[in-house]
Write a protein that binds this ligand. Structure first.
Ligand code: GBH
Length: 482
């Protein structure tokens, strides 16, 4: 029973979808199985110094072999949808789009069929950061404009093979992270950190064009028959002005332009945000008239990955050692106001402060700015620190995470009551998994994975909370684990 005032499913409109999310490299493993080619993350993680604990996604949590068990547990808990990603180099091992790998196609066919059999709707992401390594090496990856056509070929193969069953597509996950962390700071694959200002902006530009090109293919060749929709997933923290000073208000607005407007403004309005143009000038690539026409409104829904909020202040003199993007943005990110007021308690990751009201503001901002688009919250969740010496029970009693989800899910319900057109919510993540540069040191799962005992799965209290919330059978019977 929900406590008085606590969010319940009845607070959401009929048809609203609740799901869980993962990504291929973080869970599948089977690096060299099924004819898969290397991705940039396979190669990046080969250098142990790139990953905090020296691990990689080579085995990950072995979802490639355990997908049935995982889908069964999802269904038992009562989730109605699953957002997963397709590994590009399982479909086209060299990325060039000519030689399709039938074993890769078979894996996703089996996964999708099994989901549907268990009553779970597939939400498929085409690109969650695992570019075929060959495309990086021989074509230049996201820095080359050729990537746009390769991505469209890959997207077309996925629509053709899976689109009879997949009705919700996501082109690219968090282009911001690829631009900034992959091609600016270099802490994510492919690890480019040239110090030149151009790379992040080029990577962003080509991701936007690639997104649009794949939506274009879908609309021309598949939409009429398959009837699905295609969205873009952006990530953004809410920027709460650090004070009521006009400069801090402007800084907070600018912060969001630099994270979210960078990707959505070109699609909705035809160009990068004015605040970026003003500060970055010609470092930002230009969209030709033809491009502008082409990308305009090439989106059916916005996927929002949202985790945290920060106080934002104007920072006229940013650190000279920072990449140009940060220097131009001129903001200071704070967890506390000068009054001492904290934005929220921290999760395990340094960047993740728990601020449930922030998601409501973020959603309302998007609804207002982009003319009330269809929104899915495609990721939301928090992590705790792995501690190999701690008892299993400590991880299973994740009361902080239960509080997190109650707060954020409740705030999404409020945003819908405010008028936003939110259609679904996906918890990140279903399983503890490979957390990129953090390796296995951070656990985001609602299901615990025992790395020392055969990767067995154990639902945490947060999974059981969702189950009760959704009225799944998992609420009273402990799901089987192996
Ligand atoms: C998402 O990124 C990803 O889509 C998902 O794959 C990931 O597992 C999940 O969130 C949890 O992180 O402190 O300099 O290392 C969310 C955006 C990007 C936020 C990387 C944290 C780390 C910056 N995240 N960022 S740093």
């Amino acid at each position: 029973e929900a406590a008085a005032g606590e969010v319940t499913r009845a607070d959401f409109p009929e048809g609203f979808v609740f799901g869980v999310a993962t990504s291929a490299y973080q869970i599948e493993g089977a690096r060299n199985e099924g004819g898969k080619g290397d991705s940039i993350w396979d190669v990046f993680a080969d250098k142990k110094e790139h990953i905090l604990d020296g691990t990689s996604g080579e085995l990950a949590v072995d979802h490639y072999h355990r997908y049935k068990e995982d889908i069964e547990l999802m269904a038992k808990l009562g989730f109605g949808a699953y957002r997963f990603s397709i590994s590009w180099s399982r479909i086209f091992p060299d990325g060039l789009g000519k030689d399709i790998n039938e074993e890769g196609v078979a894996f996703y066919n089996n996964l999708i069929d099994f989901m549907i059999e268990k009553g779970i709707q597939p939400y498929a992401t085409l690109y969650h950061w695992d570019l075929p390594h060959n495309l990086h090496q021989t074509v230049g990856g996201w820095l080359s404009d050729k990537i746009v056509d390769y991505f469209a070929l890959y997207a077309e193969a996925c629509f053709a093979n899976f689109g009879d069953r997949v009705k919700h597509w996501i082109t690219i996950n968090e282009p911001l992270q690829t631009s900034l962390h992959g091609y600016g700071i270099g802490i994510f694959a492919p690890g480019v950190c040239e110090g030149e200002a151009a790379e992040p902006f080029l990577a962003a530009h080509h991701q936007i064009l690639a997104h649009a090109a794949s939506v274009d293919v879908y609309r021309r060749k598949f939409k009429a028959v398959q009837g699905g929709t295609v969205g873009f997933v952006v990530d953004c923290e809410w920027a709460e002005p650090a004070s009521d000073k006009i400069e801090d208000q402007a800084a907070a607005a600018r912060h969001i332009d630099f994270l979210l407007g960078w990707y959505l403004d070109p699609i909705y309005f035809g160009d990068y945000p004015e605040s970026m143009r003003k500060r970055l000038g010609d470092r930002l690539p230009n969209f030709s008239e033809k491009d502008r026409e082409f990308i305009r409104n090439k989106i059916d829904f916005i996927g929002l990955n949202h985790y945290t909020s920060k106080f934002i202040a104007n920072q006229p003199n940013p650190q000279p050692k920072e990449i140009h993007f940060f220097q131009a943005r001129q903001v200071e990110i704070l967890e506390k106001r000068s009054s001492g007021e904290a934005i929220g308690e921290r999760a395990a990751s340094e960047w993740l402060c728990i601020v449930p009201w922030g998601i409501r503001k973020m959603i309302n901002y998007i609804a207002k700015k982009y003319d009330n688009p269809i929104i899915y919250v495609t990721e939301n969740g928090m992590d705790d620190l792995d501690d190999p010496s701690a008892a299993l029970d400590q991880f299973l009693n994740d009361t902080k995470r239960v509080g997190f989800f109650k707060g954020y899910v409740g705030a999404v319900a409020e945003a819908i009551k405010d008028g936003a057109d939110v259609r679904g919510y996906f918890a990140w993540s279903f399983l503890d998994n490979f957390e990129w540069a953090q390796g296995f040191t951070k656990r985001f799962g609602i299901v615990y994975v025992d790395y020392k005992n055969g990767l067995s799965r154990h639902p945490k209290a947060s999974a059981m909370w969702f189950s009760r919330f959704l009225n799944g059978a998992g609420a009273d019977s402990k799901p089987d684990t192996n």
